[in-house]
Design a protein around this ligand. Structure first.
Ligand code: SF4
Ligand code: SF4
Length: 135
């Protein structure tokens, strides 16, 4: 899991967006779920202190709060999600989203068009067959 992989968010340097978890050590019971559940290597876990440690905060997926949602004692905090919405507007990410959307789902549109075209050809063939029978 490389740092580089998560270095940007829609072209914005990831370190410009202060979105990452903060743990309240007094509330944390050390269950380790957050450290295990995060797929981005944000956490390590101190087996001596029995506490998670945020080691790669900027690997955190902007807007994700899965670990906080799953923490059994609510020991993980994130900034107000409004901050993410504001960042999205400030950096005009929706133009990039539209481009990515087209790239990601264009093949679906092509597949749908193909299947319509096949359906129409099949219907036309059936109608021609019916016409020739009725002659
Ligand atoms: S999930 Fe919550 S209680 Fe468990 S280790 Fe993480 S912060 Fe602590
Ligand atoms: S919010 Fe998501 S990406 Fe960020 S540390 Fe928690 S589980 Fe990992």
């Amino acid at each position: 899991m490389s740092e580089k992989q998560f270095g940007e968010w829609f072209g914005v340097p990831r370190k410009e967006i202060p979105w990452y978890p903060k743990i309240d050590p007094a509330t944390c019971i050390g269950c380790g779920l957050c450290a295990v559940i995060c797929g981005r290597g944000v956490y390590s876990y101190d087996l001596v202190d029995k506490k998670p440690v945020v080691v790669k905060p900027y690997n955190c997926l902007v807007g994700c709060q899965t670990c906080a949602n799953l923490c059994p004692v609510g020991a993980i905090e994130f900034p107000d999600p409004q901050m993410v919405r504001d960042e999205a507007r400030k950096h005009k990410i929706f133009t990039k989203v539209k481009k990515l959307l087209n790239e990601k789902f264009a093949h679906q549109l092509i597949e749908t068009a193909k299947s319509y075209s096949e359906e129409i050809s099949s219907q036309e063939k059936k109608m021609k067959e019916m016409d020739s029978k009725n002659k």
